[in-house]
Design a protein around this ligand. Structure first.
Ligand code: TMP
Length: 214
């Protein structure tokens, strides 16, 4: 049996990840693809606990390196318990954020060295990469205005505008460096326009997979 495909969804705050995740699921279901929906940080009981540690607002300043290592600790557990075993059965993984978020938030936002992040990536992923990454892109002012309507903000959502500008730049930089894997979606339009773009990307991708397996 061939290995399943690994699809990730990325973007800064308020780009519409949750709504569009449901839309991606509906497309996979239409194509009768058996998949597991999961997220990062999180996706296993231990990794979800690490997520809580990461997102909690606290008086203590969280050291950037501690944040980075927690993210990768959760990821190591998620890979071992969920992602690798699922892909091995031939099922697909649809993951709400993955390591591109680390390059964007810890690399771009916090300013940590991308080489160091790359070393942890190699250690934990051992070469495993998403097959397709959908990046929802939106000017950060618009995204933050949307996110602020949600009520209580977590430790990342409480960051300043400048942090998210750097996060977005880092995402776009990664997308430009790997156009084969990334599909950048302009998330500033109506929901219909955004989903139209996502549908095109997915149909194109699914077609390429069918051709490859013929
Ligand atoms: P969410 O808003 O998509 O649920 O993600 C939770 C937060 O975690 C989000 O603000 C981005 C942050 N995050 C990182 O800082 N680094 C990472 O590697 C991941 C996966 C998420």
């Amino acid at each position: 049996m061939s290995s399943g495909r690994f699809i990730t969804l990325e973007g800064t705050e308020g780009v519409g990840k949750s709504t569009n995740l449901k839309f991606i699921e509906s497309v996979l279901q239409q194509h009768q693809i058996s998949y597991q929906l999961t997220r990062e940080p999180g996706g296993t009981p231990l990794a979800e606990q690490v997520r809580e540690l990461l997102l909690a607002n606290r008086d203590e300043q969280v050291a950037d390196d501690a944040e980075l290592l927690l993210v990768f600790a959760a990821r190591a557990q998620h890979l071992e318990q969920v992602i690798r075993p699922t892909l091995a059965t031939g099922d697909w993984i649809l993951c709400d954020r993955f390591t591109d978020a680390t390059f964007a938030y810890q690399g771009g936002g916090r300013g940590l060295s991308k080489e160091m992040i790359g070393q942890l990536e190699l250690m934990v992923q051992r070469g495993l990469q998403p097959d397709l990454t959908i990046l929802l892109d939106l000017p950060v002012e618009i995204g933050l205005a949307r996110a602020s309507e949600r009520g209580e903000l977590d430790r990342f959502e409480n960051e300043r505008l400048g942090f998210f500008v750097k996060v977005r730049e880092a995402y776009l930089e990664r997308a430009a460096a790997d156009p084969q894997r990334f599909a950048v979606i302009d998330a500033s339009g109506t929901l219909e326009q955004v989903q139209q773009q996502i549908a095109e990307v997915l149909h194109h991708y699914l077609e390429s997979q069918e051709t490859a397996s013929e």
